[in-house]
Design a protein around this ligand. Structure first.
Ligand code: SF4
Length: 420
């Protein structure tokens, strides 16, 4: 099977719990103007998937030797999809076919979607799946329906997406909303909008600022650029999101938490139950750094030192049976370049080995230091602050939620001084 269709979801390792992703077809025909997946698809000229090939591999997953087949046998669910809407016009029939096969093979799925473009698909899909994780993407409030029609031309209306939420929640599905990208011009009254989500059965939100790279911008059509013109002027060429976007994101996070919604956003440093219901729903999911954050909030005090062994033990406890010797291959299959960075890398390594590599490389995107409630132990040396390692040369991390200044989106300083 081409890795473009059913693939290890490596890029989100320790950030998202789904180990596998299935993108039935590229590019997605919802055509959201800001969509990184569509723009990257144009850049890499990703081929449309071969359904026969997908179906063949799924049918033979019981004997296959690929990482994906082994993960399926271990009962890891499949995310549909981070790159394609499974229930869009172009993909809906393929998705239903896949879900029929999943049902027969006892494979579970989770869904990222902007809703069912064909309303009749709802009942068909509900017949095929057990209670599942649904992430409904809603970046506009109902007052901005007209703008949404321009920027997300193939999607169903905001009104219909909002109506879908209680229908899913009533059937026992876990419903989350991606207020993503989180753009001040697209939501008039965030508190009222989030309250509406909460009242209709949403458990939590994911939110993040709008961001596009220069290569992605260059691949946009003239219409897409025109639709997003003022926003593009604001964000392009900037290293960070504009302050008004950041302030808006923070206001949305504060409002959501006040309303009792859980929140996932880039490496948030608070105790966070966003993924807990999914962890209870599926037989297998990958470990998450947010679980580690929760553990620290439970077991540590402000200023507690966290050693490599504490992190390694956490990862080991969360290692599902059967993953031993698979994780190195899993990550290499999805992104070989990451492995070249670390001399200790081995395809046969255990989760414990991987956890040690992560811990000893704080610059790695997987490292818990990226979460805002942690600092590294440091000491002053002349005019600079240097890291203080343990006896084995590994970093020592400090639990430092006070460093965030009492704000869920605050950020502890990089170093916590040994004397402080
Ligand atoms: S629905 Fe999702 S995958 Fe499809 S274009 Fe929009 S953002 Fe991209």
């Amino acid at each position: 099977m081409s890795e473009q269709q059913l693939m290890a979801f490596y890029k989100e390792f320790l950030l998202e719990p789904f180990a596998l992703e299935l993108a039935v077809m590229q590019p997605c025909d919802i055509g959201c103007n800001y969509c990184f997946a569509n723009l990257d698809g144009r850049r890499h000229k990703i081929a449309f998937s071969d359904m026969a090939e997908v179906l063949d591999v799924l049918a033979n997953f019981k004997n296959g030797d690929s990482v994906e087949a082994q993960l399926l046998r271990l009962k890891y669910p499949v995310l549909m999809s981070n790159r394609v809407d499974p229930f869009g016009r172009r993909n809906r029939l393929s998705s239903i076919k896949i879900l029929e096969l999943f049902r027969d093979l006892d494979i579970r799925a989770g869904f990222q979607t902007k809703g069912f473009v064909n309303p009749e698909d709802f009942d068909t899909v509900m017949e095929l799946i057990e209670p599942s994780w649904f992430y409904i993407s809603i970046a506009f409030d109902p007052a901005h329906e007209f703008l949404c029609r321009k920027i997300e031309p193939g999607s169903i209306s905001i009104r219909d997406r909002l109506a879908l939420i209680p229908k899913l929640a009533e059937r026992g599905h876990l419903v989350y909303v991606g207020v993503n990208p989180c753009v001040p011009d697209w939501i008039e009254n965030p508190y009222a909008f989030l309250k509406q989500l909460k009242d209709s059965g949403v458990r939590g939100i994911f939110c993040s600022n709008l961001g596009l790279t220069r290569p992605q911008y260059n691949l946009m059509t003239a219409t897409e650029k025109a639709n997003l013109e003022s926003l593009l002027q604001e964000i392009m060429g900037k290293r960070q999101a504009p302050q008004r976007h950041v302030d808006f994101l923070h206001y949305c996070i504060d409002s959501a938490l006040e309303l009792g919604l859980t929140v996932a956003t880039g490496q948030i440093g608070i105790s966070n139950e966003f993924w807990t219901p999914a962890m209870e729903l599926y037989p297998r999911l990958f470990p998450l750094t947010t679980e580690f954050v929760n553990l620290c909030y439970r077991d540590m005090r402000q200023g507690s030192r966290i050693s490599q062994s504490y992190f390694v033990e956490f990862i080991e406890r969360r290692t599902p049976p059967g993953m031993r010797g698979l994780i190195g291959r899993y990550i290499r299959d999805s992104n070989p370049t990451i492995c070249l960075k670390y001399t200790e890398w081995s395809d046969e390594m255990s989760y414990k080995d991987l956890a040690k590599i992560i811990w000893d490389n704080p610059e790695s995107t997987f490292h818990p230091i990226n979460y805002r409630c942690f600092s590294l132990l440091g000491e002053r040396e002349d005019d600079t602050i240097v890291e203080v390692p343990d006896a084995g040369g590994s970093p020592i991390m400090i639990f430092n939620p006070e460093g965030m200044g009492g704000k869920p989106w605050g950020e502890a300083p990089r170093y916590y001084l040994a004397e402080g």
